[in-house]
Each structure stands twice: as C-alpha cells, then as structure tokens.
Design a protein. Structure first.
Length: 283
C-alpha cells in the first residue's frame, strides 16, 4: 500500500454473513468488479469516487454508498488526499432476513439509491463497526439490524420479478459463466468458450457484458478472487489458493486480491484466524 494508506478487512462472530472493512486509501484504485453481496459504506473523510454502469458518483464525509449484489463498479480517490470509510458487506440472505422481519415481500430486496448524504445513517454504520471492535456482540447485532431496517424502509425496493420467457443472450451468458466457474485454473480461450456456447466470439462478448456488466476475462478475475477468499477462510495457504484458482503464483494473487478486496490475502487471512481463535484478540 502507498504510504499513509491502511486497511483492515475482517469479520466478527456476532455478525455472521457480514464482512467489515475500515480503510484509508490515497492512491489505491478498485478496478471494475462486483460483489455477491451488498456494499454499505460510510465515508468518514475525503471523497470517494464510484464508477457505476450509469456513470460516476462522488461521496464525501457523511456520505453513504449503497451497492446491490452483482452490480459492477469501481472505486477511487475523488480528491488528492484520498478517502477514508467504514464498509459493511452483508450477504443477500442477511438483508433478506431483515426485510422479512419488516413484512416486506419475500426474497432479496435491492436499494434504489446509490449515494446519499445522510450523516445519521453514516453514524449508524460506524456504530456497527465500533460495537464489533469493542467485541460487544449484542450491540453489534442490534446496530446492524437497526441500520438495515432504516435503509430498507427508506431506500429498499421489492425483489425483482423473475423474467418470463427465454432470453437467448442471457442464456448464452449464463452458460459461459458456468463454464468459466468450473474451469478457473485452466479457462478456455474466448473462441473456444464461444464455440461451446454455440455462438460467435463477438456475440458472446456482447451477451456477457450485457448480463454481468463485465467482459468474461474481468469477470473471471473477480471470480478467482472470490473463490480464493473462500479458500483462505477455510485455512488454505495463499500460495496454494493462488494455484487452485488459476493465478500463476502468489504475487499474482496478491496483486489482484489487493486491488479488489482492499487488503493483501495474508492480512485478510490473519484476521480470519483472529476471529477463529479468541485468544488472538483483535487489533
């Protein structure tokens, strides 16, 4: 990381299905990527720039950033001094469970806003972090539920209806995604992938980007990082995780993991061990 940058990406046993990130970045840039869960962030200083399918957004101190699952986005410093923020990454089932308690329609809802200037909600995000850092399990869980209830009631929408009928482009894209997922260590070339999906290379590129917001090679990198995270969570060494998902070596994993997750894989895994081993404490 650049001098002056710092980040901690961790989890707390009182918040299953939720990752936490506390960071200050100056030169670090998150490339276009997507998460399988939600992103709920509170900017505490500086300005964060967010690249979204509909254009760029900016969030300053007191701002809240909401990103739905599988939404491609990038993040970067919106000013020379960078930005600092606290982030929650709740899994879809965590948000869906709170929505169900609020008697909202069954399924995983989505947020209708992306950037809010809402210091009150930003403080609630900080409260979740503070409670987890103090190891106050009751407060952490309570603060999280109150936060999600507030966001869902103010900015939530009903689960998206399942589209009827066959969509040839999305069917091709889903087939390509499944093939790539099953062959992370040795993926096919674009031509071979298109041939297996029964289409041309350009048609596949158009369908895939339309469905997932990313070209296949960028999606593949993100999926490799996601899978590496699961392996690291299970205690697999970074070098072995790199080989298992198809990165050429550990430095290759380090580079992409740090760009997308925000911390190196070794730091990420050590925080998991801290949670699993109560004697290790927290930093």
């Amino acid at each position: 990381m650049t001098r002056g940058e710092q980040a901690r990406h961790w989890e707390h046993p009182a918040l299953p299905g939720v990752d936490l990130l506390r960071a200050r970045y100056i030169r670090h840039t998150f490339p276009r990527h997507a998460h399988d869960g939600f992103v709920i962030a509170a900017v505490t200083s500086g300005v964060e720039g967010i690249g979204l399918p509909g254009g760029a957004e900016r969030a300053g101190a007191g701002g809240v950033v909401l990103i739905n699952p599988e939404t491609p986005h990038s993040a970067y410093a919106g000013t020379e001094e960078g930005w600092a923020y606290r982030v929650l990454y709740p899994a879809p089932q965590v948000v869906a469970a709170v929505a169900a308690e609020l008697s909202l329609p069954l399924g995983t809802p989505s947020f209708t806003a992306t950037v809010l200037h809402d210091p009150g909600t930003a403080r609630m995000i900080a409260d979740v972090h503070a409670a987890a850092e103090r190891d106050n399990a009751l407060a952490a869980d309570t603060c999280l539920r109150l936060l999600l209830a507030r966001l869902l009631s103010r900015h939530g929408s009903a689960p998206r209806a399942v589209r009827g009928g066959a969509d040839a482009g999305r069917t091709v894209a889903a087939r390509a995604r499944d093939l790539l997922s099953s062959r992370l260590p040795d993926p096919p070339s674009l031509d071979a992938l298109a041939a297996e999906c029964g289409t041309s290379s350009f048609a596949l590129l158009r369908a895939f980007k339309s469905a997932y917001g990313l070209p296949p090679h960028a999606w593949l990198t993100g999926e490799r990082v996601r899978t590496a995270r699961r392996l690291l969570d299970a205690g697999v060494a970074p070098a072995a995780a790199a080989a298992a998902v198809g990165f050429t070596d550990q430095p290759h994993l380090n580079r992409h993991f740090t760009r997308i997750v925000g911390v190196p894989p070794g730091s990420y895994q050590r925080e998991r061990k801290n949670v699993q081993d109560p004697a290790a404490g927290t930093s």
